[in-house]
Design a protein around this ligand. Sequence first.
Ligand code: FAD
Length: 305
Amino acid sequence: MKQLDEDLQQDFRGEIRYQEPMSAHTSWKLGGLAEYFLIPQNREDLQRALRIIERHQVPWLVVGNGSNLLVADQGIKGVVIQLKNLTRIDLLPEGRVEVEAGVSLAKLVVTCCRAGLGGLEELSGIPGLVGGALLMNAGALDTEIGDLVQQVYLTDGHGEWSLHREQIDFGYRHSGLKGKGVISCASLKLHPCDQGTLAKKQQQALARRKKVQKVKGAHAGSVFKNPPGKKAWELIDKVGFRGRRQGHAQVSPDHCNHIVNLGQAKASEVMALIKEIQAAVAAEYAIRLELEVQLAGWEAGDTDD
Ligand SMILES: Cc1cc2nc3c(=O)[nH]c(=O)nc-3n(C[C@H](O)[C@H](O)[C@H](O)COP(=O)(O)OP(=O)(O)OC[C@H]3O[C@@H](n4cnc5c(N)ncnc54)[C@H](O)[C@@H]3O)c2cc1C
């Protein structure tokens, strides 16, 4: 790692942090230390970092806002990259929007609605950055971000390239972008719409969210995907897990598909609840609940996914 460090010090222009607590970068407020935590200045700098990382064959992971991420207590070996400096939004002719991956989804929604560009308003209130939203194909009500994508730009140590929507395989909380490189930018196609109407739809989406998602405490939204034709929360409720605890982690009494960190929870306690829920639902209904949250830093065998 000494040589990696020297190369980063020499060529990388952004911020380098060592032994960075991932609990500061996840909505669950959980997870151990990232050996290296890099915040590139811009897309060129991201590419420089990836070139160095690839040369040294060090494992890496990119994080957005950590609002869908369960990081292991033992932390993350290698490099974590955070894109909070990639914040450009360009409103182009004919409803096209180019947005960098570090822009918060909330800011993108508000900017487009104020500009009279419709399509994103139902995503109001989803936490996270654009890169994470694309990777997860974040969605709410009748909209998924993948529906609006024209192209996604990806970066690795060799450069930047793009994929068209048809090449990406967007699905329910899924995209074919996983493992393809770092999402650095996307081009979206929106439609012209009256600003007042968009503002109203945004307010409605936020009000609905406030009513439905009353969960208190640190969490990461839905832990499991809904199986076809079923609601994960209902299955979890029926097997008796509402309010169930493992140490300081608890299945939310307000929404059974959310696991809350009561303050001092360990990631291993959240994982223990996940495994118990999966086993109970499989035993009772022969349904395997698939994780929606993404895992980082776990060893093979720590998890069943
Ligand atoms: C209160 C709450 C409510 C939520 N409501 C919803 C909802 O209604 N609908 C919904 O879909 N989700 C919801 N979520 C989940 C979460 O907000 C979304 O999945 C969000 O899009 C994740 O974005 P993020 O930036 O936080 O990604 P992270 O959690 O940081 O990362 C998620 C995954 O994306 C990868 N990733 C992140 N950025 C990049 C990048 N630039 N390039 C490549 N890979 C990348 C990470 O490695 C990880 O695998 C909710 C979460 C919370 C806490």
